[in-house]
Design a protein around this ligand. Structure first.
Ligand SMILES: [Zn+2]
Length: 508
């Protein structure tokens, strides 16, 4: 007799349906799983056998074949255990053949038959919703997160026996407790504890408002990382859909799941991170840092120290907001729409151009250091700001005077600028940084005197034609922060002041 149950495998951030079919054959006592299982899944043979016997059922004393379809799709993970165990019991007649086929079954089995939590919760719940299944049976610890999607009923089970009892006799599994709370945006660090550095704060505000990438340069210890870490505190909180999107990406990675969170993600990979770590990769492709930063901030400290190939690989996600990874099994796509904030020292020793400190680098070293970042990458960075070191006496004076916390005011200005962009473009997805060039004239109402200023900058070769477009987009954001429909000269002037210095990125 054969029996069928339903579970899933994860491809990228999405789950695909896996049909688990078991057959018990009158032959030797043997147990095999076919359909490209990975090693953890192959080991489920032993877990499932023990779990079945320790839950008061009989493991068939004959040959058992379990087939995972589609056979060509590589499958990994231990969450298929429950579906395998139930299909064996059904194939052996200990449960009706079609009892489980309308449900999605999920969960790793302990040797004693208990159901252990799984990583693949949200993707599985989304699949059950897509397939309009009768319900999803899964470990209790995963139930709250799965119920966040408002899909088919979520039926938490403590153990294999619980799940079988429900499938045999119906009735109820314990109710899911209240939906998990979405963490509030105020949880992260705020700008309250950053003294001074008004220029850098202003740049981060413009960056958050219009989605412009930024580069902070300055000597070590000037607070570049501290500033960047606080950027999520002024970004608009994630909507529920976007929080689910972020949680799905985290689920697909090897990181500890944190549930739904409305704070935009902040990722700061070390400069020794491999290209695969940054962009994504692996035999079973997992998302990289650019995807983990989706809808949030990717902070690259010491930008010139990153591997050249890793920085080059950043160009595609910066342009298209997605990453595609090709493997023998096919192409996997991960979303990667992030705000890039980079930081660098002005030279290898860190003190070039810093008042009161002596740079010990040769001019050739400084040029080589700056040239590590290619022109095409710099092309995607709209804002540049020098972050000077704060003299110790200023710091103590400011500390005494208790600088006021401007986080709330910054956040309000960002929200207003985003609201203006939403009504202008009619969508949440488009920000000033990504306005297509042909629409630029239509959306960037520029006063005559402001246009004159840009043209004179163009004529004096202060900016290139591409720089002109970028400066105009930044000026549009600054005008939005100012609540102005028109771009005025002061907006253009400020936008031009954030251009990259010619010493950075001289090579292509
Ligand atoms: Zn130096």
């Amino acid at each position: 007799m054969t029996a069928l149950t339903r579970s899933c495998a994860v491809v990228g951030v999405d789950a695909v349906e896996v049909l688990v079919e078991a057959q018990v054959i009158q032959a030797l006592r043997r147990f095999s799983i076919v359909g490209l299982p990975d090693s953890a899944l192959r080991e489920s043979k032993d877990r499932v056998r023990c779990a079945i016997e320790n839950s008061g059922f009989n493991f068939p004393n004959r040959e058992v074949v379990v087939s995972l379809a589609p056979a060509s799709l590589p499958k990994q993970g231990t969450h298929l255990d429950l579906a395998i165990a139930v299909s064996i019991l059904a194939a052996d007649g200990q449960l009706s053949e079609d009892a489980a086929v309308g449900h999605l079954l999920l969960g790793e089995l302990g040797l004693n038959g208990s159901l252990q939590p799984t990583r693949t919760t949200l993707a599985a719940a989304a699949l059950a919703k897509r397939l309009a299944l009768k319900g999803i049976i899964l470990p209790r610890k995963n139930a709250a997160l799965a119920s966040a999607l408002n899909g088919p009923p979520v039926l938490p089970a403590e153990c294999l026996a619980d799940a079988v009892r429900f499938l045999k006799h119906g009735g109820s599994l314990p109710d899911v407790e209240a939906v998990i709370p979405i963490e509030l945006n105020s949880a992260g660090p705020s700008f309250r504890d950053v003294y001074g550095q008004y220029g850098a704060k202003r740049v981060l505000e413009i960056s958050a408002a219009g989605g412009h990438n930024a580069l902070l340069s300055g000597p070590p210890g000037s607070g570049k990382s501290m500033l960047a870490e606080r950027l999520p505190s002024i970004l608009p909180p994630l909507s529920k859909d976007r929080a689910v999107e972020a949680a799905l990406i985290r689920e697909a990675s090897n990181l500890k799941p944190i549930g739904l969170c409305s704070s935009p993600p902040f990722r700061a990979p070390h400069h020794s991170t491999s290209t695969a770590g940054l962009i994504g990769g692996g035999k079973y492709p997992t998302p990289g840092e650019v995807s983990l930063a989706h809808r949030g901030v990717l902070f690259l400290d010491e930008l010139p120290e990153f591997r050249r190939d890793a920085l080059e690989a950043l160009r595609t996600p910066l342009e298209r907001s997605v990453v595609s990874i090709c493997r023998a099994g096919g192409r996997t796509t991960f979303p990667a729409d992030f705000l890039l904030i980079a930081a660098m020292n002005p030279c290898p020793c860190g003190y070039h151009g810093t008042k009161g400190r002596r740079c010990t680098c040769l001019p050739t070293d400084i040029a080589r250091y700056a040239a590590k970042i290619s022109g095409p990458l710099l092309d995607r960075i709209d804002l540049h700001i020098w972050v000077p070191p704060l003299p110790p006496d200023t710091l103590t004076k400011l500390t005494r005077e208790k600088t006021k916390d401007d986080t709330a005011a910054m956040r309000t200005r960002v929200q207003n600028a985003r609201r203006r962009q939403r009504s202008r473009f009619g969508s949440d997805a488009l920000l000033n940084c990504s306005v297509p060039s042909d629409k630029l004239g239509e959306h960037c109402g520029t006063s005559d005197s402001a246009m004159k200023l840009i043209k004179s900058a163009l004529e004096s070769t202060m900016i290139s034609a591409r720089g002109f477009t970028r400066a105009l987009k930044v000026a549009r954001t600054i005008a939005d922060i100012d609540d102005s429909d028109q771009i005025d000269p002061q907006h253009v002037q400020e936008a031009l002041s954030y251009r990259l210095p010619p010493s950075v990125g001289v090579t292509a």
